[in-house]
Design a protein around this ligand. Structure first.
Ligand code: ZN
Length: 345
């Protein structure tokens, strides 16, 4: 297997976790599978020798690694109301938009996504309402245009909505001008529909171009939630300089789609809900013991099934039973750590 094939497979694995149909995203070079920016430096002297990584110079890897880096940890000494640990639940409302972005227009896959809107979101809102827990919903702008009422219902229940692309396309497929335009348009739609200021960003499929974080900062957003460099929140550096952004980190290990999203095309473990709950609970227990953040990512079309929705409920109940839990939106978490984190650098 050549390095290019290896990287392509890595990309397909990475993208397959979060949405519908992304593996069908056509690549500019005609090959199948998504083009993943962080594996595939666009243009430049490296473009023609990705299969010869031993030729990479120190100057080149330093430049690539330095584009976006984790800065100092923003783990706070305590959480609001002197709470011991924080719980931040998030739901990526990809719905049928992932299929649209992947060129998969068949009614079957579209219906699979629509289940997220018809069944998943109402069940999730019901659980959150009964337990009086706020959460963050990342909504592609097109999903909000298809059903603006859903966006308004989410905000009406006291939750946050955050940016999740225009049509759930990979940012690394776009040049800087296009990516900026798409991001601005998406924010305008979400703010108009929700009637709130949108301050957070999660990249569709966690796919970031070399420009994404800089653009998120340029738009004046407060945080990103697409990267995995730490369990604690951290500041984001762009080309070695502070971007002003907080990273509220995600992880595949805390993503429901990794364990529960069936895929015909690729090998993927499909775990029982009990196993998934066990993994999430272990992450939660450890975060509480470390007086840190437990962040969780779920998808309405994945977690919203009759046999799975209880996972959210049990996680909330377990967090409350530990004592000292504070539940916040990702925006509230980002603001708290920015203002209260210990300077330890
Ligand atoms: Zn998504």
């Amino acid at each position: 297997m050549s390095r290019r094939e290896f990287l392509r497979n890595m990309g397909a694995t990475a993208v397959a976790g979060g949405l519908l149909g992304a593996s069908q995203v056509p690549r500019a070079d005609g090959a199948s599978g998504p083009k993943i920016g962080y594996f595939d430096p666009p243009g430049g002297p490296l473009a023609d020798r990705l299969d010869r990584p031993w030729e990479m110079t120190e100057e080149e890897w330093t430049e690539i690694i330095g584009r976006v880096q984790p800065g100092r940890s923003l783990k706070p000494p305590h959480w609001p109301q002197r709470s011991r640990f924080a719980v931040a639940l998030s739901f990526d409302c990809d719905h049928e938009v992932g299929s649209l972005a992947g060129g998969n227009f068949a009614p079957g896959p579209l219906a699979w996504g629509e289940r997220g809107r018809r069944v998943g979101v109402p069940r999730i809102l019901d659980v959150l309402r009964r337990h009086e827990v706020p959460a963050t919903f990342y909504v592609p702008a097109v999903a909000s245009l298809i059903d603006p009422e859903e966006t308004r219902r989410i905000v009406g229940d006291g939750h946050e909505v955050g940016l999740h692309g225009w049509i759930h396309a990979n940012n690394s497929q776009m040049d800087r001008i296009t990516e900026r335009e798409i991001m601005l348009r998406a924010r305008d739609i979400l703010e108009k529909t929700s009637g709130t200021d949108v301050v957070g960003h999660r990249s569709p499929s966690f796919d970031l171009s070399p420009n994404t974080i800089e653009l998120v900062a340029e738009l004046g957003l407060e945080y990103d939630s697409s990267m995995m460099a730490d369990d604690s929140c951290y500041e984001l550096l762009v080309n070695g300089k502070q971007s002003g952004l907080v990273e509220v980190p995600v992880e595949w290990v805390r993503d429901d789609a990794v364990y529960l999203s069936f895929s015909r095309s690729g090998a993927r473990p499909w775990l029982s809900p009990n196993d998934v709950f066990g993994i999430f609970k272990a992450e939660l227990d450890a975060a509480a013991a470390e007086r840190d953040l437990f962040q969780l990512l779920m998808h309405p079309h994945v977690i919203g099934h009759r046999s799975r929705i209880w996972i959210i409920e049990r996680i909330i109940e377990h967090a409350k039973s530990l004592g000292g839990a504070w539940f916040g939106t990702h925006a509230q978490v980002a603001r708290w750590v920015r203002e209260n984190a210990t300077v330890d650098s």
